[in-house]
Ligand binder design. Structure first.
Ligand SMILES: O=C(O)C1=C[C@@H](OP(=O)(O)O)[C@@H](O)[C@H](O)C1
Ligand SMILES: C=C(OP(=O)(O)O)C(=O)O
Length: 453
């Protein structure tokens, strides 16, 4: 019997770095033995795609270590190569020969896959050059918002010609350099609009002053962008409590950089220790990272786990009595909303996650999707406009649909590590950020069996 997913995956968006193309589902069974391990996690998606784009715009040869190999970074590298940038990649070690702000190919079709960091960053960095580019993306990317960024680019001289979806991909970008001056942009739906504009800003014809309208969701990602720009020599002034950022004209200078592990991915492994009363130490990361999802540790501590960290590791020791009965704002680190929602049934009181309305615009409508899947497991859930409340309960066997969303699959697989009978359709969807997630799960003692038909 062929199992069809209610949310048919967009397979075109899976890159050659993805795995499990033919597997229809994965059957999980609960962890055998006691989890007591030290592991490492691949590089951060957010650092990888920022570093690749900045290095491509830079002067000279940049060498990166710790580069993530997943769909999101694949589409970023592929687009840059289509623009004439020479990139040598040997696993997590990547060398980029920068173009100093001049795209060699002035007319190309560029595919961004399902990667928000490519869809929102690439148009801005293209707009500093001269050319005409068609930007296409996955089916879901055609529903994800882009207007705030594209309107700002239009205000700075770019011309956008939309296709079937006004305000999103596909569209054609006609550019002849980015004007300087002042521009206002909102980060209320996605911080990535601001990051995209910032990445391009040093290459504007004059200093560019970006005024952020109102609050920004996941603000730390904007700070991460500024940090990375500074690391490559960009100069800027930040005023009015971060709401106005003036970037001076300049060129990124090539450099060598070692990228941090992806803390959003680390979250599933720390949560696994929390859930199974095990111990996981992740090497190569410090609790002082700029990656916002590190805030998960505070909540795990509040739930009764013990956190130990040093300059180069973070360790979680789980508990056999996870505490619930609290509300958390997910505004700044909303990629972990699904992780917490998956832990919540095992806590001793309800957990409410709020301030995350923007995740309805991520890889799927994550609030609706997680409520739907938790209910299939027999868990009582209340859906709110900006989040959800999950009640304690004993999950029942169920076949789950990840809605073509890597984080849905990885988070819900936590439940399969604790109770038998959880099955997940389309296990290959994890390749957006962690192609070998299920191999890692199996290596830690969770039962993982793939079904091919
Ligand atoms: O800039 C980034 O690297 C990211 C910003 C966040 O997106 P939004 O600001 O669009 O929510 C986050 O969810 C995403 O995984 C990575
Ligand atoms: C929201 C996410 O991705 P994107 O970069 O596509 O926005 C995510 O990885 O959770």
């Amino acid at each position: 019997m062929v199992i069809t997913s209610a949310h048919e995956p967009d397979r075109e968006a899976r890159s050659p770095w993805s795995q499990h193309h033919v597997e229809q589902k994965v059957r999980l069974s609960r962890m055998q033995g006691r989890l007591d391990r030290t592991i490492s996690i691949p590089g951060s998606k957010s650092f990888t795609n920022r570093a690749l784009l900045i290095a491509a715009l830079g002067r000279g040869t940049t060498v990166l270590r710790g580069v993530l190999q997943s769909d999101d970074s694949y589409w970023c590298m592929k687009a840059l190569r289509a623009l004439g940038v020479v990139i040598e990649d040997e696993g997590e070690h990547v060398t980029i020969h920068g173009n100093a702000g001049k795209w060699a190919v002035a007319d190309a079709s560029l595919y961004v896959g399902a990667a928000g960091t490519v869809a929102r960053f690439l148009p801005a960095v293209l707009a500093v050059g001269k050319g005409e580019w068609l930007i296409e993306g996955s089916r879901r990317m055609g529903e994800r918002p882009l207007t705030a960024l594209l309107d700002a680019l239009t205000g700075l001289g770019a011309v956008i010609q939309y296709g079937a979806n006004p305000g999103s991909v596909p569209f054609t970008l006609l550019a002849d350099g980015l004007n300087g001056g002042e521009v206002a942009i909102s980060g209320a739906v996605s911080s990535q609009f601001i990051s995209g504009l910032l990445l391009a800003a040093p290459y504007a014809k004059e200093a560019l002053s970006i005024r952020i309208d109102g609050e920004v969701v996941q603000r730390d990602y904007v700070e991460m962008t500024l940090d990375m720009m500074r690391a490559f020599g960009a100069k800027m002034e930040v005023q009015e409590d971060g709401q106005v950022i003036t970037v001076r004209p300049g060129v990124y200078e090539a450099r060598s950089l070692c990228l941090e592990p992806d803390v959003s991915t680390c979250g599933y492994f720390w949560a696994l220790a929390a859930l199974t009363n095990g111990r996981i130490r992740i090497e190569g990361i410090s609790a002082q990272t700029r990656q916002p999802d590190i805030a998960l540790l505070q909540v795990l501590e509040q739930m009764g786990c013990t956190i130990t960290s040093g300059a180069d590791f973070v360790e979680v020791q789980g508990t056999d009595n996870l505490k619930g009965g609290f509300t958390v704002s997910m505004q700044r680190w909303s990629d972990q909303t699904l992780t917490l929602a998956a832990l919540a049934p095992f806590a001793d009181g309800p957990i409410t996650l709020i301030d995350a309305a923007h995740i309805r615009h991520h890889e799927c409508d994550r609030i609706a999707a997680i409520c739907q899947e938790l209910r299939k497991l027999g868990i009582e859930v209340e859906e709110h406009a900006d989040g959800l409340t999950v009640h304690p309960g004993q999950p029942q066997p169920a076949l789950l649909d990840p809605h073509d969303d890597h984080r849905m699959a990885m988070a819900l697989s936590l439940i399969g590590a604790r109770v038998d009978g959880v099955q997940m359709m389309d296990p290959g969807c994890v390749s957006k950020t962690c192609p070998d997630f299920y191999e890692r799960w199996r290596d830690l003692g969770v039962g993982v069996d793939f079904d091919y038909a």
